[in-house]
Each structure stands twice: as C-alpha cells, then as structure tokens.
Design a protein around this ligand. Structure first.
Ligand SMILES: [Zn+2]
Length: 266
C-alpha cells in the first residue's frame, strides 16, 4: 500500500497468479483468435494506436462529467475487454490499462498534479464468480502507466453499492435513471480523504453513461466531485478527436451483444 496525499491507494501490481492462469489458457490471441500469444502484434498495435478523445452518449444523462474513451467498442478491443473481464485473461490488464491511461490523460488535458482514479465498483457476487475485479485491475495498470509518464497517480476504490439494482437491459433512459438513482455511495470516512483531490472516474466501457452518471452523483453527494470520466471503450460515437497518427479504423457504433460486457454488467 502507498499513500497519495493521505489517500490510501493500492499498489499497481499484477499478481503472480495472473501468470499462472495465463499458462493454463490456450495460447491464442484474445483479440483475433489467431497466433500463439494472448495478444498478437496486430491487436496490441490496434490498442496502442487507439486515439483517446471525447466520447459520450447523445444526449448525455444528467450529471455525467466530461467523458473520454480510448477506442470505439469494436473488435479487437471488444474481444480483449471480454477476455479480460469474463475469461480471466489477466495479462491483458496491462495493455488495456495503458489504453485507459491514455483516456485519463486526454481527460486531464494540460492539467498536471496528482490524480486519483475512482473505478466503477463491481458487484461482490460478480467479483466472486469472475475471480477478480476487472475494472479495479485495469485502473491499477493505468496508474502504473501514468506514473511511468511522470504523473502522480493512485487508485481510490471508494464507491460502494448502497443497494441492489434491477437488470438495466430493455429499460428506457428515464427508467435506467430511476433504477440506478442512489445505488452507489461513498462512505463518509473515505469521502473526507478525497476532498480537494483531482478525481477521474474510470470504467472499461461506456454505453448509455447511466452508471457513470450515478457514480458521479454519488461523488458529488459526498462532496468530492469527479473532474471527468474515462473508459477504455465507448459504444457511442466519439466526438472530435485530437490530432494524432491514423487510428486505422473509424469510430463506429458496433452492435452490443446481450449478456456481454455492458456498463451495467457489474
Ligand atoms: Zn490478435
């Protein structure tokens, strides 16, 4: 454990168990199902070529902070996120975390100074079933990357589920809002340590933005508003992108599979 301005953060490290699990998994690229490694050169390069930029549902849900995503939710990024989240491909946390770090940097703009990443919380039973917390793991990897770039960064997993919510699929925007409102909270003892800190909410994927908006509400209610939100991928069309090398593919609005990774599939 380390501290960042008094806020306890968790170390940005991967467990040796991840290497063991990787050995037990078939040696095929999780992004394109070819090759002999978990992440082939082409898919690694697709991730690192992704240009982080503003993203967001139109219209955005009330209270959603400025949102930045590293890539559209399209293959191979989509497959890599699913393999990491649902199939225990833990070694992908590193490259996915680097993409998340790019989205965080994009969100911060020219601002420097310490930043705390606040991961969207996973439901306890989901963590048990998966054997890990994918968003927390990626946030730690992102922190490692931000620190490598000279930024003081930490992870602040302060959001908790205050109550259970119904499955969001098939709900209208207004119904989602009602379903999620008040679902997350920040314990007062943790909120006190976040006051005045630069916070960025982080998640793997944004679809409607309803979950991130609820997280932002919980942080505001606790007196520590998030400056921005950052995700690895976005299903929604991303806004004007900063200048950079060609991404190799255009942002799109790919189909989202039912029962797959959703911003509500916590
Ligand atoms: Zn590949």
């Amino acid at each position: 454990m380390t501290t960042l301005g008094g806020v306890v953060t968790t170390p940005a490290a991967t467990s040796p168990v991840s290497s063991l699990l990787d050995l037990l998994l078939p040696a095929r690229c999780a992004g394109c199902r070819t090759g002999r490694t978990q992440l082939c050169v082409a898919c690694r390069s697709a991730l690192s070529r992704a240009r982080a930029g503003p993203a967001g549902p139109v219209p955005p849900p009330a209270g959603l902070p400025p949102l930045y995503a590293a890539a559209p939710y399209a293959d191979p990024v989509r497959q890599l996120l699913l393999a990491h989240k649902e199939r225990g491909a833990l070694r992908l946390a590193g490259p996915l975390g680097r993409a998340l770090a790019a989205a965080v940097r994009s969100a911060l703009g020219p601002a420097t100074g310490p930043v705390l990443l606040v991961p969207m919380p996973s439901a306890r039973q989901a963590v048990r079933a998966r054997g890990h917390d994918p968003t927390l793991r990626m946030a730690r990897a992102a922190v490692k990357e931000l620190r490598r770039g000279g930024l003081r960064a930490g992870v602040a997993p302060v959001l908790l589920h205050g109550r259970a919510v119904a499955d969001q699929s098939g709900l209208s925007a207004a119904e989602r809002h009602r379903n999620l409102h008040g679902a997350l909270m920040v314990p007062a003892r943790l909120a006190a340590r976040l006051k005045g800190r630069q916070l960025v909410l982080v998640d793997d994927l944004v679809t409607t933005g309803a979950s991130l908006a609820e997280a932002a509400r919980a942080l505001r209610a606790a007196g520590c508003p998030a400056r921005a939100a950052a995700t690895v991928a976005a299903t929604v069309r991303r806004g004007s992108l900063p200048a950079g090398p060609p991404a190799g593919r255009a942002p799109g609005q790919p189909q989202q599979g039912r029962g797959e990774l959703r911003d509500t599939g916590r």
